[in-house]
Design a protein around this ligand. Structure first.
Ligand code: MV4
Length: 510
């Protein structure tokens, strides 16, 4: 086992990884930016190395600085967390070349899954169902027109380099195809430096359900069941559950087997997540993409399976076999997680940075809070504003909702606006409680909530928020123009660009 691990991340996930290190008697080394010198993760680590100024391109994304920090402190392995460098295959290569262990999958598996078209090809080759469509990039508008006719409208245009909804367009009729094609292409070029697109038949009212997989270096691959992630806002997950409210053991086994087949096909090791769209009526499922990292929502799987995913990641990276066989995996009870953000739900989820001047964190039966902040913490404008992940476990879905409701009511944060009031309303919403929702839930719920709150349907305040976001976005673009940001950095400027583009917001985990 390793004696010392460097954690190339910040916030709640750095804290989570430090905790796994402690359990394994491994000494954790933190890295931090100048803005994070007083952060919780720095205080909890045994050693901490400053890797640069506040902007992530100059600190958390600087590969040489991160590797130097590991060398200087004699760390043997690097855990990337999520976001930042977690899915950067060149970083994984650099870590390996420095004689260190990258706690994650082989770079080759990351590369295959990094391109949506090669990922779809790998799924087809592994016998995993994909949404009907192309596995090659489209060569022209004419080809797109021909294929759209062939598969039948509505279709989706998606960026090959994409994920998280960027460069994605729903096209319902032939006459919309040209402008959707042009817009998706330029959005993809801007976001990824790659304008290639592919086409899929659109699945209507789908659920987003993902399977957690785990593989070791001895050929063992298991799945740890599903997470229901249909509750998303602008392609950002808001609430995640394990199991899905569908709770269908047959479907779980089929999707789990498919995910394991895919992991095997790309020689995967470590923790990974295979995302599917599920058509609720037929329960047909289709491979969407594979995330080659530990995900934000991993705690709900941990609470229901009893398996410590971060501990398992570390031990698999050290060469140990998986601690569990497929037949030993059991799912007990139900867990639901809320992503508590420093954002104002009453003002179009506009970021709300600042100092936390009062904090009351909920505890009690079935409650877990994975947090990166304490009283007096400063929530910076430079990073994703996730404050904590509040998760509840119960014997049944109903009991987990009861406990979550109680915990959300106990939770108090002052000094900044948070999404807590939004969650307090969701856990009382009939559609949520019934569990019969799809990826359109947040849009329907937000309309209901707006009417209840203000008495009128509408979008008051949104325009001002969008203008402010646009100004801030262009300022940041200008500041960064001397140093072309990586995809991860573009993504960490998150919602600014997302709001300006008016719809697709990127997955902040990337
Ligand atoms: C789809 C789809 C319907 N049909 N693909 C959105 C993000 C990206 N990862 C894939 N996404 C979708 N792809 C086909 N062929 C609907 C979505 C989608 C969605 C998926 C998961 C969670 C929320 C979503 C919200 C809107 C659209």
């Amino acid at each position: 086992m390793f004696k010392k691990i460097l954690i190339a991340n910040r916030g709640e996930i750095a804290v989570r990884i430090i905790r796994a290190c402690r359990d394994l008697n491994i000494s954790p080394v933190a890295v931090y930016s100048e803005a994070d010198a007083e952060s919780v993760h720095v205080g909890l680590a045994d050693e901490a190395v400053c890797v640069g100024p506040a902007p992530s391109v100059e600190s958390y994304l600087r590969i040489p600085a991160i590797i130097d920090a590991a060398r200087k402190t004699s760390a043997e392995a690097i855990h990337p967390g999520y976001g930042f460098l977690a899915e950067n295959a060149d970083f994984a290569d650099a870590v390996n070349e420095a004689g260190l262990v990258f706690i994650g999958p082989p770079p080759e598996a990351m590369r295959i899954m990094g391109s949506k078209t090669t990922a779809r090809r790998a799924a087809v080759d592994a016998g995993v169902p994909i949404v009907p469509g192309t596995v090659e990039a489209l060569s022209s508008l004419a080809e797109a027109e021909r294929l759209a006719e062939q598969f039948g409208y509505p279709v989706m245009l998606k960026a090959s380099a994409g994920g998280g909804g960027k460069g994605m367009r729903l096209v319902t009729t032939a006459k919309e195809l040209r402008s959707a094609f042009d817009n998706a292409k330029s959005e993809a070029a801007g976001a990824f430096g790659d304008d290639s697109l592919y086409l899929e038949k659109a699945v209507e009212r789908p659920r987003h359900i993902e399977i957690q997989v785990f593989a070791d270096t001895h050929g063992n691959v298991v799945h740890l069941g599903e997470r229901e992630c249909s509750i998303q806002r602008r392609h950002q997950k808001v609430i995640e559950e394990c199991p899905s409210p569908i709770d269908d053991p047959t479907l779980r086994e089929k999707m789990g087997d498919a995910a394991v087949k895919l992991a095997r096909a790309v020689n995967y090791t470590g923790a990974g997540t295979v995302e599917f769209l599920v058509a609720d009526a037929t329960r047909d499922f289709y491979f969407l993409e594979m995330n080659t990292r530990l995900q934000v929502e991993h705690p709900v799987t941990e609470l229901v399976t009893g398996i410590d995913l971060v501990r398992e990641q570390i031990s698999v990276a050290a060469g140990a076999p998986l601690s569990i066989a497929q037949e030993d995996v059991q799912w007990r009870g139900h867990s639901i997680e809320c992503r508590v953000y420093a954002e104002d739900p009453e003002n179009n989820f506009f970021p709300s940075p600042g100092r936390i001047n009062y904090l009351q964190v909920p505890f009690g039966p079935g409650i877990r809070d994975d947090s990166g902040v304490i009283l007096n913490s400063e929530v910076s404008i430079h990073y994703d504003p996730l404050i904590s992940k509040l998760a509840a476990w119960g014997n049944t879905r109903e009991e987990s909702i009861d406990r979550l409701r109680r915990a959300l009511d106990e939770y108090e944060i002052s000094g900044i606006k948070t999404t807590l009031p939004f969650f307090r309303d969701i856990v009382r919403d009939e559609e949520f409680i019934a569990g019969r929702f799809d990826t359109g839930f947040i849009s329907r719920f937000s309309s209901r909530r707006e009417i209840k709150r203000t008495g009128v349907p509408g979008t008051a305040g949104q325009d001002i928020a969008i203008i402010a976001a646009a100004l801030s976005y262009f300022q940041q673009q200008r500041a960064a123009s001397t140093n072309r940001p990586s995809i991860a950095e573009v993504e960490s400027r998150w919602k600014m660009s997302g709001r300006v583009l008016g719809r697709q917001i990127q997955n902040r985990e990337r």
